[in-house]
Design a protein around this ligand. Structure first.
Ligand SMILES: [Zn+2]
Length: 357
């Protein structure tokens, strides 16, 4: 869509709002338009070919998948890793759905937690993992734990087991032997644990994704990151990818410590552009320092506009712009202006290293 069509409604709104009482404006309706006459970069296509390490199988029909591939061609996405959460027939049908584009997609499986409370479960789950491998799975994910050990997988989440649960060990070990990396989401970012009140810096998203710490047995942010650390440390031959910068966006030093300790750990930057773009200089120095450990990811659907926003944030040095519809934060964003070397590593070199196995 031409840019003016996007701006027009906002301009009309701003004209209408002249009569609005400033006390009646709510944060959720806040739609500022930057008035700075500073450079605006238009990045239609990524500077280098990209491997997207975090997408899902939202596109189901042949037509939808064809359209996605077309969008990938136009924006410079060479390959997308589809994290399915699933096993069994449902995994197989996703592999079949995407089989016309074997070079453009990798389909990763979940773990099968059926009967995980009964003896012998790890052996059965390993057998299903090996079956998925034969069907084409070359990695596992997205596992996920927001505190209750749900380790999400369809149709049966493994409630009560965290990634460092001893029962998980045979599965994680087998992943290492099969050279299947494990992509795992732990916790949520720190805003989601703070009160949703007038002091919350990321209020809108914090309210949407709020973690209810009153639930029985729920682990907090740092405890969850520790479960990941335990698993990474105890399984040095298995590669882990912490989704969304391990949800440490407000304190990247936590992730830095893990990178310093464990060479088998990587992180994707999926769906955290809104969180890192408000602090561009700190983020850039972190990313350049750990350039060999970060991979590009999206997790935000397959639209052209979405890919282009991510490239603008990573590649440009644009200042004070808003992408309110994409990120649901009121914060202005700043381009990170990453170096060419960093971009190459983030976009594909690290991914190739992981996928080259
Ligand atoms: Zn995801």
């Amino acid at each position: 869509m031409p840019r003016y069509l996007l701006i027009l409604p906002a301009l009309l709104l701003s004209l209408l709002s002249v009569s609005q009482n400033v006390d009646d404006i709510t944060l959720k309706d806040f739609r500022p338009i930057s008035i700075y006459k500073t450079p605006v970069s238009k990045v239609d296509k990524a500077k280098y070919p990209v491997i997207d390490f975090h997408s899902h199988d939202d596109q189901k029909t042949d037509a939808e998948i064809d359209q996605w591939v077309k969008t990938m061609d136009e924006t410079g996405i060479a390959k997308s890793i589809i994290l399915t959460y699933t096993t069994g027939k449902s995994f197989d049908s996703i592999v079949d759905n995407y089989s016309r584009y074997k070079n453009r997609f990798e389909i990763w499986c979940g773990f099968d937690y059926t009967g995980y409370e009964q003896p012998g479960w790890p052996q059965r789950a390993v057998a299903e993992l090996e079956r998925c491998y034969k069907k084409g799975a070359r990695g596992v994910g997205e596992l996920g734990d927001k505190g209750l050990g749900e380790l999400y997988s369809l149709p049966t989440p493994g409630y009560g087991m965290h990634i460092d649960d001893p029962r998980m060990k045979p599965l994680i070990k087998r992943c290492g032997e099969l050279k299947m990396p494990i992509s795992i989401h732990v916790a949520e970012d720190a805003w989601m644990y703070l009160p949703s009140d007038s002091t919350n810096d990321g209020l809108l998203n914090a309210a949407t994704w709020k973690v209810d710490m009153n639930k029985d047995g729920i682990l907090n942010h740092d405890q969850l990151v520790t479960t990941l650390e335990n698993a990474v440390r105890d399984n040095p031959r298995t590669t882990f990818i912490a989704c969304h910068l391990a949800n440490c966006c407000s304190d990247l030093s936590m992730l830095a410590k893990l990178f310093d300790r464990y060479p088998n750990l990587y992180a994707d930057i999926a769906a955290r552009y809104g969180e890192i773009a408000p602090v561009p200089r700190y983020t850039k120095s972190f990313m350049e320092k750990y350039a060999g450990r970060l991979v590009y990811g999206t997790d935000m659907g397959p639209s052209k506009q979405m890919y282009r926003i991510t490239f603008r944030i990573l590649e440009s040095s644009d200042e004070h712009f808003y992408e309110r519809e994409q990120f649901y934060y009121h914060w202005p964003l700043y381009g990170l202006g990453l170096s060419d070397n960093m971009l190459k590593q983030l976009y594909s070199d690290n991914a190739k290293k992981i996928l080259g196995r």
